[in-house]
Write a protein that binds this ligand. Structure first.
Ligand SMILES: C[S@@+](CC[C@H](N)C(=O)[O-])C[C@H]1O[C@@H](n2cnc3c(N)ncnc32)[C@H](O)[C@@H]1O
Length: 282
């Protein structure tokens, strides 16, 4: 099973992230298996090509989409829905699915995840027996807050990779002199007005000097952690519960992403925290 298109491997945490989702999906299906009236949907908003390049010398490894499609025990999902914006990746994933999982209802749609999150919300409102497990795995700040807002009150467990270090922090410049386009991006991503965002992350410090008062701008020291906490707080305005984060760091120990799960179900929350716990390092 190999496709010629591969996504880039980010490090050991790429593997850990996939393990978390697969482990969660198996536990999720075990619970759903007992609720015979429930139909299950697996939604992947950034599905990739099916494979991830681990290393130049090694073969590509299976991406999350294929690992999820492999699950048959305790049961498979009733429907899968894969979204991938890039045409080549979409075609590659589609080909692997057709070859290896021909019996599964698993379309791959070439579209922006934001649009399909809205469509999923509508589908779940109109199809009451369905519960969804969603996996949102972008490289950067591609998910608009507005898309998340559509999910309010629905039966979704949402695993989301939040680009705290590689995204938001890079836009929050040390001197607070942030270009207009970046401010707009921050507003769209966090669903907050720029003044609220700036107030959250910066403080003005006034020092009384020999030549009068001098004001300097201070960006928070633990800023990336604070971004993760803010995103979690934002999710709590839409979902009842948000899990702890699995914090992903690069080889120099800088935080790149926070990976968390939002849900309206208390059992789901406990399950997610249990899975993250052994991998959770901060
Ligand atoms: C981190 S990779 C996904 C890896 C995949 N989840 C896996 O485990 O194999 C992100 C993917 O999202 C796609 N993408 C980027 N922006 C997108 C968007 N707005 N909507 C949907 N897909 C997008 C990219 O082409 C890329 O294949």
């Amino acid at each position: 099973m190999k496709s010629n298109i591969v996504n880039q491997f980010g490090g050991n945490w790429t593997e850990a992230k996939m393990e978390i989702v697969v482990k969660y999906a198996k536990a999720y299906l075990t619970i759903m298996n007992k609720q015979t009236w429930v139909k299950t949907l697996y939604f992947d908003g950034f599905a990739g090509s099916g494979h991830i390049e681990a290393d130049e010398e090694k073969d590509a490894i299976k991406g999350t989409a294929l690992r999820i499609l492999e699950i048959d025990d305790p049961k498979p999902f009733d429907i899968y829905y894969f979204v991938e914006k890039n045409k080549k990746n979409k075609e590659s994933l589609e080909a692997v699915i057709k070859e290896n999982y021909p019996s599964k209802r698993a379309p791959v749609i070439q579209e922006d995840c934001n649009i399909k999150l809205m469509h999923m919300a509508k589908f779940l409102k109109e199809n009451k027996p369905f519960r969804a497990l969603a996996f949102i795995d972008p490289y950067g700040m591609s998910v608009n807050w507005e898309s998340i807002e559509h999910l309010k009150g629905l039966g979704i467990d949402l695993w989301i990779l939040v680009p705290t270090g590689v995204g938001v922090n890079r836009l929050l410049k040390n001197d607070k002199n942030i270009p207009e386009a970046w401010l707009k991006k921050l507003e769209m991503f966090l669903g907050l007005e720029r003044n609220e965002i700036l107030k959250h992350f910066y403080s003005d410090k006034t020092i009384n000097t020999l030549f009068g008062d001098e004001t300097s701008v201070n960006k928070d020291v633990e800023i990336i952690q604070k971004i993760g906490n803010l995103y979690s707080q934002r999710l709590k305005t839409i979902f009842e519960f948000v899990s702890d984060s699995f914090v992903m760091r690069n080889s120099t120990n800088s935080i790149m992403y926070h990976f968390m799960m939002a849900t309206n179900n208390k059992t789901a929350l406990a399950l997610a925290n249990d899975i993250i716990k052994p991998k959770y390092r901060i």
